[in-house]
Design a binder for this molecule. Structure first.
Ligand code: FAD
Length: 310
């Protein structure tokens, strides 16, 4: 059995594993895909002190750094169930799809999240070639260019306001007849000169020239007419889905399915900690996930040293 078992091998899980292992305690990491979302990222320019890196490179570095320590890495293994300890200080169990069951006194959940996609032709083909999901990450790449934001909820409107300050023009496309964002955000958005808002519009295709995005087509849901918008970038903001389905009701989740954590990365269950995009932490970013992963490991250590001796 482990002292600390980390579920997830993205930035949060890697940081948690290193911080735990550095305490000299038995540490394991189980991950469906070590590296996490970082593997799907091209340029990364906001990982402080590293002005530019690439996703696969950072993912390799994460794994190498973890391997510098005595950590049991179980890659390509998916957790399907968590059973918290019945008594404080007992063992929690993590059941894997493979049929194995891992036991640990403290578990750190770091299973991340996935962006909801539009599922239209061209979206996959031009991902990272104009199709983007993270305005904080990729906004500056579109300086002076024309972009669209798909989605009129709070994250879409925040993205549009953010991008309006960087890019030449922003077209905001919302499926519904009206925007769903807070009124204060909508007022701000409508005050901007370089933003066009289109409602009742369904994005149907991403167009590219073979190398990068050159436009998108949307269908006006009132008239059924299709329209082409020429642009260089498309930010999809229709939801970030936490990978927490396997937890069922083992720990408290928010109404969006995010693991509820406090500022010490404690969940609702003693001995279970959580970090990164899978949690209620605001702003889903690599550096934030790493910080919170470290917090979770230090909290887990604090928990372990207070348990009665075996
Ligand atoms: P993740 O990276 O999602 O890792 C989750 C881990 O858990 C993975 O190993 C996954 O396989 C594993 N897992 C999931 N479910 C299970 C399960 N049931 N059992 C076992 N393992 C499981 N952030 C930046 O700071 N800068 C950027 O430039 C940037 N660009 C981005 C570009 C793209 C295209 C995307 C998608 C994201 C980008 N981000 C960027 C966001 C950043 O990648 C995330 O905030 C960060 O990866 C979150 O780390 P995490 O460890 O919480 O989760």
């Amino acid at each position: 059995p482990f002292d600390v078992l980390v579920v997830g091998g993205g930035p949060a899980g890697a940081a948690a594993a290193i911080y735990a292992a550095r305490k000299g305690i038995r540490t394991g990491v189980v991950a469906e895909r070590f590296g996490g979302q970082v593997l799907d990222t091209m340029g990364i320019e906001n990982f402080i002190s590293v002005p530019h890196t690439e996703g696969p490179r950072l993912a390799t570095a994460l794994e190498q750094h973890v391997r510098d320590y005595d950590v049991d890495i179980m890659n390509v293994q998916r957790a399907k169930k968590l059973v918290p300890a019945r008594t404080v200080g007992g063992y929690a169990e993590v059941e894997l799809e493979s049929g194995a069951t891992l036991r640990a006194r403290a578990v750190i959940l770091a299973t991340g999240a996935r962006w909801r996609t539009m599922n239209v032709p061209g979206e996959d083909e031009y991902r990272n070639k104009g199709v983007a999901y993270c305005p904080h990450c990729d906004g500056p790449l579109f300086k002076g260019k024309r972009v669209a934001v798909i989605g009129g909820g709070n994250s879409g409107i925040e993205a549009a306001i953010d991008l309006a300050g960087i890019t030449a023009h922003v077209t905001l496309i919302e499926y519904d007849g009206q925007l769903r964002a807070d009124a204060v955000l909508q007022r701000k958005l409508y005050s901007l000169p370089n933003v066009t808002v289109i409602t009742s519009a369904l994005t149907t295709q991403v167009h590219g020239d073979g190398e990068k995005v050159v436009g998108l087509t949307y269908k006006d849901r009132n008239t059924e007419e299709t329209h082409l918008v020429e642009l260089e970038g498309i930010f999809v903001q229709i939801g970030l889905v936490p990978n927490t389905e396997f937890l069922a009701d083992a720990v408290a989740l928010s109404n969006r399915g995010e693991i509820e954590v406090d500022h010490r990365a404690h969940t609702s269950q003693p001995g279970i900690f959580a970090a990164g995009d899978a949690t209620t932490v605001p702003y889903k970013q690599i550096i934030i996930a790493m910080g919170q992963g470290s917090t979770a490991a230090l909290s887990a250590f604090d928990y372990l040293i207070r348990l009665p001796a075996e």
